[in-house]
Design a protein. Structure first.
Length: 425
């Protein structure tokens, strides 16, 4: 009998979530890293990771890991971990198509006794109500009789070199008590921070989605406070520092809320709630505030330019930063694009410079041509949009050198002292 530790593992989807998993497991057991993107497979096979989540040295250390875009290679696996994206569409509705496609692919190679574990963020019930029927239909096997499932939500924080896969406690679950134990033991073999076995798959799914709902609402509150304090002429950062002297005050800051989690996951929960006949109020109110921050920032920028008698029509503004967070190349659901779109509505010419972002990806995802070397002294406005270390190190002089003698410097991320910028969120 093959023991759990001897079973070949397949990771389906090799992005920010899947690749670190494949590497950690590949250090100790046979792993097939699968992705439908042949270019991604080629770069990983050459020892390069464009997401910068895994170093070339770590790829070498994963000596039991091999990469493939050939579905037939997955037939050797007995445990499948699905780590594909779960975005929302243009109408903020959950888009399960990548997850359904992955389930269909796994179903084609599923065998009796296999386990399929999902890590993609979903609403409670999606694993058993949406994915399992696809697995059954394609494979011809019966759930919890011939094959089994688990759910272990990802907690990857792109660009974070301190809180990594092995040092973040992992929630696990399984479709039967025995499978739950096996799934928990699987992750415990690589996660040094420990695991937490949830009582059901639905509980694990719900736990994941509310992690980001909670953060979204907290940031929405601070964003609303920032809007209020700006009207009152009070510096928001100064208020937050004063309030932060209390031991239980939560240290959230205002800003654009994007990325693959916080700006997306709440819509999965509200979608499910509405399908059950309940219209969420607090969660959606927070989403409306955060989704509107791009327009608010652009409006503040335009007003500041007008106060300085800078003609807005036909002006040039430089945005420093495009990625959804600092010091990583991740462009998924970046809300910097909302600022760009709004400024263009004012007939402002917008240039974007980001040393972390991939130019081809920016063009493909958003139709934005990044400026590699912005022209000094050419802009009526400069926006510090992302807190990259390079922008922080440059200080106000580094940002202002792009501005004309008369310009507006807007510090969205509080990288500068209050007196060093003309405007901050």
């Amino acid at each position: 009998m093959i023991t759990s530790s001897q079973k070949t593992l397949a990771i389906v989807g090799l992005g920010y979530v899947g690749l670190p998993l494949a590497v950690e497991f590949g250090k100790q057991r046979p792993v097939i890293g699968f992705d439908i993107n042949a270019h991604r497979i080629a770069e990983l096979s050459e020892g390069r990771d464009s997401t910068l989540e895994v170093t070339p040295e770590e790829l070498v250390e994963a000596r039991h890991l091999r990469f493939s875009s050939n579905l037939e290679d997955l037939r050797a696996a007995r445990i499948f971990i699905v780590t594909v994206p779960t975005p929302v569409d243009a109408h903020k509705r959950p888009d399960l198509e990548p997850l359904i496609r992955a389930s269909r692919a796994v179903g084609q190679v599923l065998k009796a006794g296999d386990i399929v574990i999902f890590e993609s963020t979903v609403y409670p019930g999606a694993t058993e109500e949406d994915c399992v029927p696809v697995l059954e239909q394609v494979s011809g096997l019966r759930f919890n009789t011939d094959f089994f499932c688990g759910y272990s939500p990802e907690r990857i924080n792109p660009g974070d070199k301190t809180h990594r896969l092995t040092s973040i406690r992992k929630v696990t679950s399984g479709s039967t008590p025995e499978v739950a134990d096996e799934v928990d033991a699987l992750y415990a073999s690589i996660v040094t921070a420990g695991t937490y076995k949830a009582e059901s798959i639905r509980v694990a799914e719900a736990a994941k989605v509310i992690e980001n709902v909670q953060r979204d609402l907290n940031i929405a509150l601070i964003n609303e406070l920032a809007i209020i304090f700006n009207r009152m002429g009070i510096d928001t950062e100064a208020v937050l520092k004063a309030a932060g002297t209390k031991w239980n005050f939560l240290p959230f800051r205002p800003g654009l809320v994007g990325g693959h989690c916080i700006g997306v996951d709440p819509y999965y929960l509200t979608h499910k709630a509405e399908a059950m006949g309940y219209h969420p109020q607090v969660i959606l109110a927070g989403r409306r505030i955060n989704d509107g921050m791009g327009a608010y920032v652009a409006g503040q920028m335009v007003k500041a330019m007008l106060r300085k008698r800078i003609q807005v029509h036909g002006s040039r503004v430089l945005l420093l930063g495009l990625t959804f967070k600092e010091n990583c190349p991740d462009l998924r659901n970046t809300r910097v694009v909302d600022v760009i779109s709004e400024l263009k509505d004012y007939d402002v010419q917008v240039d974007v410079h980001d040393p972390w972002a991939d130019a081809a990806a920016a063009r493909h995802e958003y139709g934005i041509d990044l400026v590699e070397a912005p022209e000094a002294g050419a802009y009526d406005g400069v926006v510090l949009a992302v807190a990259h270390d390079a922008f922080r190190a440059g200080g106000s002089a580094g940002a202002r050198r792009y501005g004309k003698p008369l310009h507006v410097l807007y510090d969205l991320k509080h990288l500068l002292a209050r007196q060093e910028s003309d405007l901050r969120l």
